[in-house]
Design a protein around this ligand. Sequence first.
Ligand code: BG6
Length: 482
Amino acid sequence: MFKKDFLWGGSISANQTEGESSINGKGLSTEDVRFYNKDIDRKNVQIDLKMTPENLEKILENEDKLYFPKRKGIDFYNRYKEDLEMFADLKLGVFRTSVAWTRIFPNGDESKPNLDGLEYYKNLFKEIKKKNIKLMVTISHLEMPLNLIRNYGGWKNKKVTNFYLNYAKTLIDEFDGLVDYWITFNEINHSTFFNLGLFDDEEKYLEKSYQAYHHQFTANAKTIEYGRNKNKDIKFGTMIGYMLSYPKTSNPDDVMKCLENNRLNNDLYGDVLVRGEYPWFIKKYFKDNNININITNEEIELLKRNTCDFITFSYYSTGTISSDANQKLAGGNLFNVGKNDFLDTNEWGWQIDPVGLRVALNNLYDRYKKPIFISENGIGIVDKINKDNTVEDDERINYLNDHIVEMKKAIDDGVDVAGYMMWSPIDLVSFTSQEMSKRYGLIYVDGDDYGNGTYDRYPKKSYYWFKKLIETNGKDIGSGNE
Ligand code: BG6
């Protein structure tokens, strides 16, 4: 069925799991100032939910009145040994996590790293290797030191490229032998939000976004160049939040709009990172939207010299594109998408589309002909834990099973898929909504949206299902959760 060395695995990020946000010299990151805003925890603090410089300062002034779920995470920082025992029991072949930049460079602009932070990751990574699990490390998972936003303007500022490079070089120097696969940026195409330095009220938002992306592209290329000069066998991959859209109707206007949308959301990033050049279509887009960004000839050469070895992408749902401005919307990963009447949704309105995964894999292979890892795929559900600490998460099993079935069809189509990492082997704090109750895990974590609970871990039904899937190398996929 699947080739023998196919890698089954799981993915998490530092900011959604570790907690201990100010221990051992760690600085504040952009994700540490996201507060849980649903109801009581705002305790009369009048804060506009828009992330503006004024609101950011207000959040910091009112820190004691707000609850910041990512500062607690799931206590992975202290419990990782216990969690890795379970991941090993699951027989994960590959595990992906990120490094918190602020553990290594608390403010981002120091010249020397924080040794306690390096020590923590060295121990974590050694433990993973001891369990015989391959390690994929994301250098920056949609977060950065808050100081680089407050005092430098984040990725809009070219200087940040050097701070990132200093950080990335430190990781490569310290951990290269332990890390099997490097990812420079998580979902690089979704990164011009506050977490990378753009405030909601910025003037010329679009132009600044593309300048920030450009700085990330060059930071990616410089990191690859440094890594390869050090170790010719080092492996770098992309990570694109693949947001596939379909035309809402066969109206040629919808079709054209959809084509443009997919190019801008997905292909632009893949082309720069894998082909090493800006795609031809971007020139007109920049011109039409009055976007002028600084790109030097040296940078064009730099991008060309340093392309990724493999492709990874996250896949959760799909959307539709319509030329009708009033089209109905569905929920989505980081932004809303057009509704598709053929698809069901989860409780957050994200459309469930296993076949879209096959389409995405075919598209990516067609375009780049490089080995592909699915680096995130999963479903957020409000799981109910029973009195005996069991969780019957059939909906998750069905979601994963149906997506794996379609991935297998893509492999049969001829796509070179090297591995599949589900999101996530363990419950964690939702990236967008800061909730614990939006659960993705195979392992239940006893914590609620306000940080109450024992944080003890319990395997769900999906844990046993995924374990069997790995043990049999996918032999029984398609049989769902009978
Ligand atoms: C991806 C991110 O965008 O989607 C993850 O890489 C995130 O960090 C995942 O958790 C699911 O999104 P959410 O908001 O439901 O946690």
